[in-house]
Write a protein that binds this ligand. Sequence first.
Ligand code: PLP
Length: 357
Amino acid sequence: MASFPITRTTTPKVKPADDELSFGKVLTDHMFLMDYQEEKGWHSPRIVPYGPLSLDPATSVLHYGQAIFDGLKAFRGDDDQIRMFRPDRHAERFNRSGQIMCMPELPVDIIRQSFDALVGLEHEWVPRKPGTALYLRPTIIATDVMLGVHPAHNYLYFLILSPVGTYYKEGVKPVKILASDTHVRAVKGGTGEAKTAGNYAASLAGQRDAANAGYSQVLYLDGVNRKYLDEVGTMNIMLRIGDEVITPPLTGTILDGVTRASTMQLMRDWGLRVTERQIAIEEVMAAGRDGTLKEMWGTGTAAVVSPVGTLGYKGEDVLINGGEIGDVTRRLYDAITGLQYGRSNDPHGWMSIVRKG
Ligand SMILES: *Cc1c(COP(=O)(O)O)cnc(C)c1O
């Protein structure tokens, strides 16, 4: 592996106790930076003490949001080894987001090397308590200094790390979600398939309205017909009607979730029937009413799977599986976390060891 120049911090932070961790509030001691200039390409990779970036107020990302990010986790196994979950796939998706946002490609092996180098340096920050992890947030921002809408000629790549707590502090708890008939997230031809900053800014109003109505998340419908399920704000959606597991197809409006792909693979390995197809909200509500909607769950790096206990749409709520986590959801959660903490063998080679215990 390449080695990068490292400037070590002279003021290491006090690490919080594992059971005080939540999501994204504590950042580690160092960060990885690399610059891009049109004439030079990507250059000057380096690890430096974590700290503020200095940006001119006219920096283009601050005005026009040309920014991408990704999110993945490193886990400390029961055997004390540190493993990342599918870093290559995350690196490839990061580049896909970059293509959509008119950014220069950053080679996957350099992204991988930045993950390995920074997590390796910060290995003491990977928490030990079951269910905890070290979250990696790779990001690219446009750094041209000039007011004018255009794809930038200069960029900054940075990687920061945050120890995160157990998503399910009181056990896996089903959530109440609202299929919105007022807010949309993306349309075909837009940026729905990119992890780009503006998509999340655009989701805030829908999230606020759902919260005011007593729901914890928004389930977005397609932006054209307001009929077919798209995804949740930060999770892909899956449901089981009878014995068929259904998830919306990748048509450019939803994110190509790594957890989505991984859970689909596992269910197929288990012999379950998994179908990618458009599914209308009316069909889901009808299945909820007549009891054939057996379970529904979101997938994403933060929670792995998040069971949906109640689905609301146009003033009606359907209760799913008595508000309890379903069998397939539970099995997926156990299977993925089993791999992440090194408790089960890994036939697909999804785990990448950063550091031996
Ligand atoms: C990150 C994200 C997901 C989940 O993707 P994973 O790779 O499984 O973490 C789903 N939808 C959106 C909009 C996201 O931003």
